[in-house]
Write a protein that binds this ligand. Structure first.
Ligand code: HEM
Length: 147
């Protein structure tokens, strides 16, 4: 019996809260990129977008991602996971994809901060759907545990 077992409900509550904050940023940042792409480099609008993107990414998304991982790993140490079932491995595959996407968003944010326009608005509109699809897969796997 893990010493973490009594904290399972708290770990899960903090895990879900961190997930909500992380996903809020993953769904909002590409939307800012869509509008930022339409603004002139160096214009007041572009400078405002840079500030919004920097604060969202550094002050909310990255800490929330780290917290999601820490509380998620904490949950795996409570003894709740039956390691012969496959749902957690499939979930972690999608979570690694979400984490990789978070890194890509950071790279595009830095490009905008340097007044580059690496992609068009249509590209970010399409990218905006990816965290949504990953989120749907992750939540179904962890709540339904289909396999
Ligand atoms: C980062 C690595 C992650 C790990 C190691 C992890 C692990 C876990 C574990 C072990 C549980 C408890 C399952 C149970 O009570 O049976 C859990 C619950 C949950 N996880 Fe994660 N998770 C991670 C990331 C995420 C992400 C990114 C999301 C959503 C985007 C997510 C959504 C959830 C939800 C909604 C629950 C509650 C499920 C329920 O109440 O039945 N997790 N997670």
């Amino acid at each position: 019996m893990s010493w973490l077992a009594p904290y399972y409900p708290w770990l899960k509550a903090l895990h879900i809260l961190s997930v909500i904050a992380w996903m809020a940023g993953m769904l909002y940042l590409p939307r800012l990129f869509v509008y930022h792409t339409g603004s002139e480099p160096g214009s007041p609008a572009s400078e405002t977008f840079k500030t919004m993107e920097r604060r969202l990414y550094r002050a909310i998304m990255t800490p929330a991602m780290v917290a999601t991982w820490l509380f998620g790993i904490g949950l795996t140490l409570t003894g709740v996971v039956v390691w012969t079932t496959l749902w957690l491995y499939a979930k972690l595959l999608l979570v690694v994809a979400m984490t990789w996407l978070h890194g890509l968003f950071g790279r595009w944010r830095r490009a905008f901060a340097a007044d580059a326009r690496p992609h068009g608005a249509g590209f970010y509109r399409a990218i905006n759907e990816v965290p949504t699809l990953l989120l749907i897969g992750i939540v179904i796997l962890v709540v339904v545990k289909p396999f």
